[in-house]
Design a protein around this ligand. Sequence first.
Ligand SMILES: Cc1cc2nc3c(=O)[nH]c(=O)nc-3n(C[C@H](O)[C@H](O)[C@H](O)COP(=O)(O)OP(=O)(O)OC[C@H]3O[C@@H](n4cnc5c(N)ncnc54)[C@H](O)[C@@H]3O)c2cc1C
Length: 404
Amino acid sequence: MDFEDTKEESAFREQARTWLQANAPTEAEMSGMDTMARAKFWQKRKAEGGWACIRWPKAFGGRDASAIEQVILSQEEAKVAVPETGVFSIGQGMAAPTLMTWADAEAQANFIPRLASGEDIWCQLFSEPAGGSDLAALRTKAEKDGDDWIINGQKIWTSGAHYSDFGILVVRTDPTVPKHKGLSYFYLDMKSPGVEIKPIRQISGESNFNEVYFTDVRIPDSQRLGDVGQGWQVSLTTLMNERASIGAGGGGTKFSSVKALAKTVMIDGKPAIEDSHVRAKLASWYVQEAGLKYTSYRTLSALSRGAVPGPENSIGKLVGAVKSQDMASFAMDLLEQEGVVRDREKDAAFAALFQDTYMAIPGLRIAGGTDEIMANIIAERVLGLPQEPRMDKGIPFTEVPTGS
Ligand SMILES: Cc1cc2nc3c(=O)[nH]c(=O)nc-3n(C[C@H](O)[C@H](O)[C@H](O)COP(=O)(O)OP(=O)(O)OC[C@H]3O[C@@H](n4cnc5c(N)ncnc54)[C@H](O)[C@@H]3O)c2cc1C
């Protein structure tokens, strides 16, 4: 493990910092803009300055940067007050690498620069009521009609479908072969006739994801990525990039916030931080956070040497998300009655950080691979334990028992 920047990394950090300080948008420049307009404004400026999607090849608007340079840029960007650009993460982090690998030159030229500059937003139409962790069990079907495919079925949990311009879609084109072999992969315009988007209301009161229904939606065959029946391989390109872009998974509440809170609230007339039970909890989270930090440094060292981080990345998501949820829950208990107040602008302690984390983290423990799937990955691919039984292996999809 090497904690220091090399000479080249340090020079790159300085270059990134200088550009960010000179170009971070001011409040005056963005006055009157909503969150989406701010995100698009900042993304466009980054693209024009050559700082968007820097890992991409130069031909696609990137700068052929290394993985460690991307990490350095993200670290420096986190230090300046710039708009949140998460709305682009599916398009840039998952759709673009898939298009780069599987689309023809014309489609690449049409879509990839617009993804880098934030002009287009894409969503991921993979999960279905019967196909989540086991994605290859999906049932939305596509049937060939002349030069088009006709899509019928339902997707669910589609983040950002309601503001997306395009979507990446996996469907079943042949139900008579084993489940992984009968899939095909398309992209589509989200305004296509027959696409119906219904928001799902979350515990937080927000609606970030949706159900998406397809009724006789026509997609031209030219919008297929990979061969007919090759959808699983194309999906793996998307999913490998999804795991890589999800990162440590410990967003929200940090140890330092809970410690700061424990210094301000009182238990039996003394600051909570003097209570032995509180101290034991804090010590345990401190140890976990340190473990996660050094595990992420191990990944950074691997990236710096040009190696690809392995399945051990799953540890960050599994441990980080559970820890964050535990800390938020404990902080809300410490706040007693105040713990239920979530008015960010006015009354809530720490601008409702703990309440927001408490409601967002259950989703993070599911999205991009649930806790149990992460544990399976660690068991099978890190620890080398035997694979879990796969009862439907090699069986035609139509013959897989459904329980109904
Ligand atoms: C915030 C959020 C955003 C999302 N955004 C998108 C999106 O944009 N696009 C998209 O396509 N999907 C999206 N998803 C869906 C997400 O990918 C799925 O929810 C996830 O893969 C789990 O699938 P599922 O919900 O069908 O649960 P299931 O797979 O049905 O799992 C149910 C339970 O069974 C457990 N389980 C399943 N299989 C195993 C196993 N083999 N071993 C042990 N336990 C198992 C799971 O851990 C879970 O506890 C999002 C989800 C969330 C929460």
